[in-house]
Every structure is written in structure tokens, then in C-alpha cells.
Write a protein that binds this ligand. Sequence first.
Ligand SMILES: [Zn+2]
Length: 262
Amino acid sequence: MTFDRRAVGFATAAAATMMVFTSAFSAGQTRNANGVVSILVYHRFEAEVHDSMAVTTAQFARHLQYLADHHHKVVPLRSVVTSLQNHLQPPNGVVITVDDGHRSVYSDMLPLVRRYRIPVTLFIYPSAISNAPYAMTWAQLDALKETGLFDIQSHTYWHPNFKVERRRLDAAAFDKFATMQLVKPRDALRAKLNVEADMLAWPFGIYDDDLIRRAGAAGYVAGVTLDARTVRSDDRRLALPRFLITATVSDKRFEKIVSPNP
Ligand SMILES: [Zn+2]
């Protein structure tokens, strides 16, 4: 099993020898493969689905019950990122993320997150918060943070389509634009919630080498995409794949996503 060492300049031979991945990782685990992580991304929760990015709240409850019944550990995204940073085996498990800061995260998702006591990483774009009618307020985000279950992170400043903007703007203007979109949400989260946001969800899952380089320069240590597969040990930390979960994902499909090696 190879691990990406490119990102860590100080990795030495000694450090490499310490990268011991013993069978202890598989012993006692309910999942068969070592370090198999499925990162899920939700967006909105509705009693009845009217929106292609939503799941029903009942469906989300079924997902959490399934994970609990089958002893799939829900682990924080941060623990996966820290493992990858240290070239250690990521913990086996399922990561739950939710993008955009829709108010149904507060009204519908939060009660279930509390009931099942699971860690969630929430990616928000600050331009919408306490502003757009569909979005949560800063006070609601603060309440989520206070539960100790939500890690609130960056989804850029206003959720741009970087592909479109790159075509629309000249190089200098795009440079300025991209820097603003990456830096400003970190400043806002620090000022409003006292959160040090160093993880990024790429809007629309759009990323490339240039954007990854920019995100690293802006202080991000991890980024998440919509590339629907499990995390590989040699994945770039700024482009970790996630499975998009919407109402069209059947329960059977969900079970497959969270049990990639049955
Ligand atoms: Zn989004």
C-alpha cells in the first residue's frame, strides 16, 4: 500500500519506517478492508422531496439507523485528514458531510445528529448566511457548533462556478477572484464563529491542479469533491472523493456505498 508523501517535505526514511500498517487495523473491525472510508455528502432534508439535491428526513433517519445497526463507525472528516497528513491508515468508517448551509440542516438534520451522536462536517458559503432565505443564520450555525457534533468549514465565499469564471475573467482578474473566494470564507468563519476553517468543499465538485494549488496557498489542508468513490490512501488531500446522497439513492445503493467491501 503506497501513501502520498509528496505533500510532506520533511518525510524521512525514518518517518517512512514508522508507517506501519499492521493487521491490528482490521482486527475487530466490522468492515473487511483496512482504512476504507466512504465520505457522504448531503444537502437538504425535506418531508417530501421537491428538490433534486434533497433527501427525505425519514430517509436520512434510515441511513443513520442502518449505520448504527451494522456497526459502521461514523468518523469525523478531520480524523481522516489527520491520518492522511501523518501517513497513517485512515480509520475505517463513514464520514458524513453536508454542503451549503440550508436551513433544513438546522430544522431536520440536527435532531437526528443529536439522537445518533454522530460527527458531521458542514461546508457553508458565508455570503448566504443570515442573508439568503433558504440559508441558516450565524446564530443557528453557532448553535450547531455548540453541540460539539458539527465541524463548520468552507464552501468558498459565494459558491462560484470556477470553470465559468475562469473563462469569463482574464488571468489577473481570475487570480484576484479565486483568492477572494478561498480566503474570505476563512476570515468570515474566524470572525463570526471563531472557527479556523482549513477544509474546503469544491463548489459543484469542480477542481483542477491550479485550483488545488491555490487552495493550498490559501491555507487549506483538505478539500472534498463529488468524485463518487471511497478514499484511497494516495488521494490528494485537497481532492478527497465523496458520494452525493440524494433521494434517488436507493437504500440498496446506500448499503453498497457504506459497505464497499462486503
Ligand atoms: Zn454546494
